[in-house]
Design a protein around this ligand. Sequence first.
Ligand code: FE
Length: 193
Amino acid sequence: MAFELPVLPYAHDALEPYISAVTLQFHHLKHHQAYVNNVNNLIAGTPFENATLEEIVMKADGGIFNNGAQVYNHTFYFEQFSADGCREPQGELKAAIEKDFGSVEAFREQFNKAAATLFGSGWAWLVKTAAGKLEIVQTSNAGCPLRDEKTPLLTCDVWEHAYYLDKQNLRPKYIEDFWKVVDWQVISKRFSA
Ligand code: FE
């Protein structure tokens, strides 16, 4: 059963002016689609032919891992945005952030730093550990916290393809605008799942 490019839960221009339609079209319809095509081609005739995406992220290596994890990471990234969602953490998630980071502001600063300082291509994540503690982690390239048995809650794609058309080299400006389209209702659902 081949993987398919997920349909986004919003239009490609829905996140403007923070993420432009042209960035989203290239990111979703070209980059994300290429990872889907690549993983489908690579798993054919291998033990991963009928694996779930999560199984590929947990167990595969090389090109199958790289492309499979990028499919997982991008789906996870795109699904957390909305045009008019909840822009601040609420309820139990807010309480957990305050407990583990001191305040929402301190959390945001620490997350921004992780996203801004990641060298090269990769991802910054808010994750929940098996013990239920919140942590911020960085992964390089296609890295995914599932691999370390941590539950992803929120992620920022800091590959240049995520922001270069809109922001050129200004990764901090991309990170600042990123918060304006994150829908915390989605993050809360992941936290409570
Ligand atoms: Fe990306």
